[in-house]
Design a protein around this ligand. Structure first.
Ligand code: CP
Length: 327
């Protein structure tokens, strides 16, 4: 068990070893049990984290705010449109100053080709751990909660057929960070991962190369298909979710010809019937109901989306306990 995590940035799980991730999972399960039992967990008493949001959030913001309160500390929510960053203040100055006021600095910035660089600049200059609340490339808070949920529900990690499937949505042009994080993380745990999408919704080449290496090194498997039925067939876990065509098209338009040509990429009861009898349906939420998924699936017996969302609280608390607290 790797326990020397005080001060460690949480920008991508690729920079956390499996031993470190296993520690995170153990602490998450312990915090979940203690929360259920009403056992106090004041591991971060009098500590402060700053939460900068360039975009909207329900789960990430509230799991961090409630989580830090439950750990005895305080999370300071910052809407960046009310900060001097909106007048051009640079990440270096924001990082140094907010870092000097507290014990952790967290940020969501999903702007394509900007977000991750912004997080890296905060981390370079802040003297406290920087936590990624989602950027253009990674969503490690979602990734660790998804891994916890799979282990909790399936009791095992390896040899599971997990399908990450593009789905049609019109709500906004979503980042690629959730499927990218899952694509890199799950093969590290020996899962048999299928990435399915219509042509035009590719992940960056370096992600595919790294996912293949992660699979090879950990007895996992990784494959790509453009046939969604193939991805559903015999799957233990399906994760149908929309992402934007950012790699090939950087325009902000939500609806375009490519999107409209792929309306059929929807999670339906018919497709769920192709999967294993005990298949589980996951989604990071918010879901574009009726477009990405039929209500009868997301509200049905195979759906574990509310456990997945609840685990965001326990995993966020584990991250903060280990990198803001500890020895
Ligand atoms: N899944 C997720 O990150 O949700 P929010 O956008 O509501 O934080």
């Amino acid at each position: 068990m790797e326990t020397q995590l005080k001060g460690k940035d949480f920008i991508t799980l690729e920079e956390w070893t499996k031993d470190e991730i296993d520690t995170l999972l153990e602490v998450s399960f312990d915090l979940k049990k203690k929360f259920a039992m009403g056992v106090p967990t004041p591991y971060l008493r009098d500590k402060t984290a700053f939460l900068m949001f360039f975009e909207q959030s329900t789960r990430t913001r509230n799991s961090m705010e409630a989580g830090l309160a439950q750990l005895g500390g305080h999370a300071n929510f910052l809407d960046t449109s009310t900060m001097q960053v909106s007048h051009g203040e640079v990440a270096k100055d924001t990082g140094i100053i907010l870092g000097s006021y507290g014990h952790g600095l967290a940020c969501r910035n999903c702007v394509w080709e900007v977000g991750n660089k912004y997080l890296r600049s905060l981390a370079e200059h802040a003297k406290v751990p920087v936590m990624n609340l989602q950027c253009d490339l990674y969503h490690p808070m979602q990734g660790i909660a998804d891994l916890m949920t799979i282990i909790e529900k399936k009791k095992a990690k390896s040899n599971l057929k997990v399908s990450i499937i593009w789905a049609y949505a019109t709500s906004h042009k979503k980042p690629i960070s959730v499927p990218l994080t899952q694509t890199l993380l799950f093969p590290r745990y020996g899962m048999d991962v299928t990435l399915a999408y219509p042509e035009g919704y590719e992940m960056p080449d370096w992600v595919i190369e790294k996912a293949r290496k992660n699979a090879e090194a950990n007895n996992g498997q990784f494959k790509i298909t453009h046939d969604q039925d193939e991805a559903y067939r015999d799957a233990d876990i399906v994760i149908p979710k929309n992402w934007g065509s950012w790699v090939s098209n950087q325009a902000d338009d939500v609806i375009d010809d490519l999107l409209e040509a792929n309306k059929d990429w929807k999670c339906t009861e018919e497709r769920m019937a192709l999967a294993d009898d005990d298949v589980m349906y996951m989604h990071a939420l918010p879901a574009d109901r009726g477009n990405e998924v039929e209500d009868s699936v997301i509200d049905g017996p195979h759906s574990i989306v509310y456990t997945e969302a609840e685990n965001r609280l326990h995993t966020a608390k584990a991250v903060m306990t280990l990198n803001m607290g500890g020895k």
